[in-house]
Design a protein around this ligand. Structure first.
Ligand SMILES: *Cc1c(COP(=O)(O)O)cnc(C)c1O
Length: 381
């Protein structure tokens, strides 16, 4: 950062990340903790957050794509790292040579990783993924015996070592949903089959953040926590971050670009969906828009702390900017003042969870979509 206040920036409190990891480890005391840092650490910065999580006791990192995992290695991070979203022709050899653990959901992936291991002259660490009911990635129960058999044969030839058996929940954010028990039962069956065939995994895992917070019987050897590491509640039904003992790490701030008086009846922003009340208003221009990740669906609804009060976006969120109506009185807000879109909520500012509600989406999307045009400023590095 230079001295000029940035148009908009995201402060990332790495102490909050460390505190959240410690809190989650207390929730799952007999399990290791994987910090999921996919999608650039849910918008918080993968490398900085991975380091903070490891400092606080995380022993694994997780990413969706192999490229994300290789980027952690390029930054010098050597911790055990699992990446799970592969497509044919992916960088299997680079992954094997970088000591990544790679997910295998089907026979094509096992074939590619075996070939890569042979080419590299190394044993690949693989984790077999079971589809216990999510219906997304993973191996169906009906195909599991074949995949396990092929993995056992590959272990015998020395190309792979199965380090993990794992799965993913569909509805862990809805405690009591009947699919949860069904998935756990399917997972136990699929673990039993693999172990009977001679697989000895280091880690068996199925819990994401909501399961880590609500379902101890899902913790197994490892919990894979993403959103909770960043201090955001996975779902309003589970409680706020504060109620869950978590602290949001991201604070999104903008510098008010302009304050001006307009007459009553003045349309504001594209489409004139907001019109100033009779008597006139002072408008504040906030220089952040959907190109920065501010959801356009929060037009007319998103909350912003400015001038000591929480006010609502007036009219449409545009690509680069939106407007706040400060009301008729002489404003205390001036250009250059700080507008806080969301943060931990400890100083009257809204939270990412509030923005999710305003935009009709989940808090995952609010933090993750904060764009590349927004500089991240790290606190307590
Ligand atoms: C994203 C992801 C996670 C983390 O989920 P959270 O709900 O953010 O904790 C865990 N496992 C898999 C397979 C994922 O894709």
């Amino acid at each position: 950062m230079n001295e000029t206040p940035p148009r908009v920036h995201a402060e990332i409190d790495l102490d909050a990340v460390r505190g959240n990891v410690r809190a989650l480890r207390e929730r799952a005391p007999r399990s290791e903790l994987m910090a999921v840092v996919k999608a650039d650490g849910y918008g918080h910065g993968a490398v900085a957050c991975a380091r903070a999580a490891l400092e606080a006791g995380a022993t694994w990192l997780g990413t969706a794509t192999p490229q994300e995992a290789l980027a952690l290695r390029a930054a010098g991070i050597t911790a055990r790292t699992l990446c799970w979203l592969w497509t044919p022709g992916g960088p299997w050899r680079e992954a094997v040579e970088a000591d990544l653990d790679v997910a295998v959901s089907g026979m094509w992936a096992l074939d590619e990783v075996r070939a890569a291991a042979r080419a590299a002259g190394r044993t690949a660490r693989i984790q077999l993924k079971a589809d216990t009911g999510l219906g997304r990635n993973g191996c169906q129960p009906g195909d599991w015996a074949d995949l396990v058999g092929a993995a056992v044969a590959a272990e015998a030839e020395g190309t792979v070592k199965v380090t993990g058996l794992w799965s993913h929940f569909a509805c862990a954010d809805e405690p009591g949903h009947p699919s949860i028990e069904l998935q756990l039962a399917a997972f136990r069956d699929m673990l039993a089959l693999a172990e009977k065939e001679g697989i000895e995994p280091e880690v068996r895992h199925i819990a994401n953040s909501p399961a880590t917070l609500t379902l101890p019987e899902s913790h197994f050897d490892l919990v894979r926590t993403g959103l909770a590491v960043y201090g955001v509640s996975p779902a309003p039904e589970l409680g706020t971050a504060q109620e869950l003992g978590l602290r949001p790490a991201m604070t999104l701030k903008a510098s008010v670009a302009l304050v001006k008086r307009v007459p009553g009846g003045h349309g504001v922003s594209y489409g004139h969906h907001y019109v100033t009340p009779a008597g006139g208003s002072h408008l504040a221009l906030v220089p952040a828009g959907y190109a920065d990740g501010i959801p356009r669906h929060a037009s007319g609804r998103g909350p912003v702390l400015v001038g000591g009060a929480v006010r609502t976006v007036a009219g449409r969120v545009a690509m680069d900017q939106f407007v706040i109506d400060l009301g008729p009185d002489e404003p205390t807000v001036r250009s250059g003042d700080e507008a806080v879109l969301f943060g931990p909520g400890e100083h009257g500012e809204p939270t990412a969870e509030d923005w999710a509600q305003a935009a009709g989406t989940i808090a995952y999307e609010i933090v993750t979509r904060i764009g590349a045009r927004v500089p991240r400023v790290y606190l307590h590095g």
